[in-house]
Design a protein around this ligand. Structure first.
Ligand SMILES: [Zn+2]
Length: 290
């Protein structure tokens, strides 16, 4: 397609990666091919002049669908993975999940989880069009999905953290590290020439494969370090503190609450694989190696 010319001067020009697939690079990257937008950046004005019939959402974290409600008001249909629909329609569901369904105070909640909900018009697994394949890549969230365009561009959202991103995010949010690892293998098996992460820069296949290998190595190192800490029994709080200290996280409430979910996910993985156990003592939850 041709690049629209009637756009505001201030709008960031998207980049054509391959064929008819474009990327709008922003704090959250979004993709565009033949009238279909994949995720959204924070500014709906960025898409002025680009006709959008459908918006495909990768997962229910609000920083990936910030402009969805506005684009839907403009006539676009919103499509999301089945397990993510309630989170996209009401970001409060994800926020409550973070806090074991109790109501957290505002100061505890990362701004990445806050935003306008958008009514979802269809499920990603039933949606067909524009030569795009939806690829389930769970682990970051339950229904997290990537989208592969006919031009060989994979929009992988938060399934892979590029090497440079690990500096800023040494303990990437995951609800299930085992599923993150299998999703990394799925990505390796896909026929793509470009990978566009949710945050970071589009890269060619060779670089992306190095990022995937690095992501896998880092996760294995986190898991091994946690297991080493559990040679002495630790409460859940102590385990969270140990991994957060290793990662060099700062002491702030939103970062702490994200780490709670991620560390519990690693702890639970160790129990499922039989290398650690959980018990309750003195009314606290404890973990130790077996
Ligand atoms: Zn996310």
């Amino acid at each position: 397609m041709d690049v629209p010319t009637d756009r505001p001067d201030t709008a960031v020009q998207p980049r054509r990666l391959a064929g008819d697939t474009f990327v709008f690079e922003s704090i959250t990257n979004s993709g565009y091919t033949n009238g279909v937008l994949i995720d959204t950046g924070p500014e709906p004005e960025a898409y002025a002049g680009w006709p959008i019939s459908d918006v495909l959402i990768t997962h229910g974290h609000a920083d990936h669908f910030s402009s969805a409600a506005a684009l839907r008001r403009g006539g676009a249909r919103i499509i999301a993975p089945r397990e993510e629909v309630s989170l996209v329609e009401n970001p409060e569901v994800n926020i409550r999940g973070m806090f074991s369904w109790a109501r957290p105070s505002d100061a505890m909640v990362t701004k990445l989880f806050r935003g306008d909900g958008a009514k979802v018009d269809g499920y990603a697994d039933e949606w067909k069009g524009a030569g795009i394949d939806g690829i389930p890549l769970p682990g970051h969230t339950l229904g997290h999905s990537g989208y592969l365009t006919a031009d060989g561009v994979l929009f992988s959202a938060d399934a892979v953290y590029q090497r440079a991103m690990w500096q800023r995010h040494p303990l990437p949010y995951a609800i299930d590290p085992g599923l993150v690892a299998s999703s990394l293998s799925v990505i390796e098996s896909l026929d793509f020439d470009w990978l566009v992460p949710g945050h970071g820069v589009p890269t060619g296949r060779e670089e992306a494969l190095l990022d995937i290998a690095h992501h896998r190595e880092r996760m294995e190192a986190i898991s091994a370090s946690l297991l080493a800490h559990l040679a002495e029994p630790l409460t859940t709080e102590q385990a969270i503190a140990a991994l957060s200290r290793d990662a060099g996280l700062s002491d702030n409430a939103p970062e702490y609450w994200l780490a709670v979910t991620t560390v519990k996910a690693y702890l639970s993985d160790l129990v499922r694989e039989g290398s650690a156990e959980f018990f309750v003592r003195d009314h606290a939850g404890w973990w130790r190696t077996v």
